[in-house]
Structure formats: structure tokens, C-alpha cells
Ligand binder design. Structure first.
Ligand SMILES: C[S@@+](CC[C@H](N)C(=O)[O-])C[C@H]1O[C@@H](n2cnc3c(N)ncnc32)[C@H](O)[C@@H]1O
Length: 216
């Protein structure tokens, strides 16, 4: 349980928590919804292609699904090590997010979706999950927002490199943003070397800063 009452889980493989101990929901809201989705919507976008790194518990995906109004989203998410039913069925997100019955059913559909199968959860929201390592992910899609939700550099340094950021930069549309809770100096340099313009924003509770990279 994190401090806002929402569940998180601990990765056996990497020995870290999937979310901030100060609150999973408040972290997703500040980093991905406010600084990513709402920012892009405020710039006039109505058809938005999102790439998430790290589907994990599905919290970012379901909160994005729950928060859309009057916009179309194609949500793509990458996950190398999917959690299993005994884990996702215990998460308290349907209760703490007050999901409707349909939203709850759709949350479980996200978890059971087959790799690369595009599913339409509503007229406004398509969802595609790729069971793949980001290092091996190839696509012809171009994205407007990247939710970069990898485990921290202290656990997975290889996911915060200039090479990987350059690969992601090439997957972006002009005007796109990449958002993440990470504010490490070497990561911000990696973003800059890939071509992103870097902004330091106020972080979620318990973190002074977060990062948004922009494609001009
Ligand atoms: C911080 S958690 C993601 C939390 C998630 N966004 C959520 O809402 O619960 C990081 C995720 O990245 C996944 N992961 C680790 N290495 C990966 C890799 N090389 N490629 C793709 N996913 C990876 C982990 O299995 C984990 O689910």
C-alpha cells in the first residue's frame, strides 16, 4: 500500500516498487496525466498517440482512459515482464479510482490483451500492449506523448541511456513530449543529446523535480 491508499507492487526481479511510496495515484496524476496528457491537450491536440514504457500494474493506462474527455487516444504500452492474474486481480484501483463497471472490465481487458492486438475499449480509446523489451521494440508509429515509466536508473541504468533516448526521439512527432518522474542529471543530458529540449517541473509528492522533454 502506498501513502495515498493505492496499491503498488514490488518487483522480485528488480527489487523495487512499481510506484512512489508517497502514492501511486498521485504520482501518475502529476507526472503522466498533468505534465503529459493535459499539457498536450492544452496545446490543442485532439487525436493523441501515446507510448508508455512499462505497462506494469496498468495504473497509468487506466487513469488515462478514465480522464479522457472529447479526445481520441491510441494508447500503446510496452511490457517485458507482465504481472500475473493473482497480482492484477488484487489491485485496489477499481475501488480507489471509483471505476465504473465497464471501466473495471476494461482494466482487466488491458491485462489480458494479447501482444500487439489492438483493442477498442471505447469510441475514443484504442489500446495495444506489446510484450517486448523496449530495446527490441520497432514500430512505424509516431507518438505525441511518451510516458517513460521505467524502473529508476539505480535498478535499470540501461534504460536511461543517450542511445535509447535517441531511439525514442525518432519515434516522436514534432511537438511531442516525453515525461518521467526521473530528474537525474545524466538522464537529462541523455535527453538533450538525443535532441529533446528539457524542462524541470515540480515533482509529485516526495520528489522535488520531474522531467519533461520536448521535440520542437
Ligand atoms: C515502474 S514499473 C511501471 C509502472 C506502470 N507504468 C504502472 O502504471 O504500474 C516499470 C515496468 O517496466 C517493465 N520493464 C522492465 N524492463 C523492461 C524492458 N527492458 N522493456 C520493457 N519493459 C520493461 C517492468 O516489468 C515494469 O512493469
Amino acid at each position: 500500500m502506498s501513502q495515498d491508499g493505492s496499491h503498488t507492487i514490488i518487483s522480485d526481479r528488480f527489487g523495487v516498487s512499481y510506484h512512489s511510496k508517497f502514492g501511486s495515484i498521485q504520482e501518475t496524476q502529476t507526472v503522466f496525466i498533468d505534465a503529459g496528457l493535459d499539457y498536450i491537450v492544452s496545446r490543442g491536440y485532439r487525436d493523441i498517440n501515446i507510448l508508455e514504457m512499462g505497462f506494469g500494474t496498468g495504473l497509468n493506462a487506466i487513469m488515462t482512459y478514465q480522464s479522457i474527455k472529447g479526445i481520441n487516444i491510441n494508447y500503446h504500452t510496452l511490457e517485458a515482464y507482465p504481472i500475473v492474474k493473482s497480482q492484477y486481480s488484487e489491485l485496489n484501483y477499481p475501488t480507489v479510482l471509483a471505476l465504473s463497471e465497464k471501466q473495471t472490465a476494461d482494466f482487466f481487458k488491458m491485462h489480458t490483451a494479447k501482444s500487439e492486438e489492438k483493442i477498442s475499449l471505447s469510441e475514443y480509446f484504442n489500446f495495444t500492449k506489446y510484450i517486448v523489451k523496449i530495446e527490441d521494440f520497432e514500430t512505424t508509429e509516431k507518438f505525441d506523448i511518451i510516458y517513460y515509466d521505467a524502473f529508476a536508473p539505480t535498478s535499470q541504468e540501461e534504460l536511461w541511456t543517450p542511445e535509447l533516448m535517441a531511439k525514442l526521439y525518432d519515434m516522436c512527432n514534432p511537438g511531442a513530449v516525453i515525461v518521467t518522474y526521473c530528474a537525474k542529471g545524466s538522464f537529462k543530458r541523455a535527453l538533450r543529446s538525443a535532441g529533446f529540449t528539457v524542462e524541470a517541473l515540480d515533482g509529485p509528492e516526495g520528489k522535488r523535480e520531474m522531467t519533461r522533454g520536448k521535440v520542437l
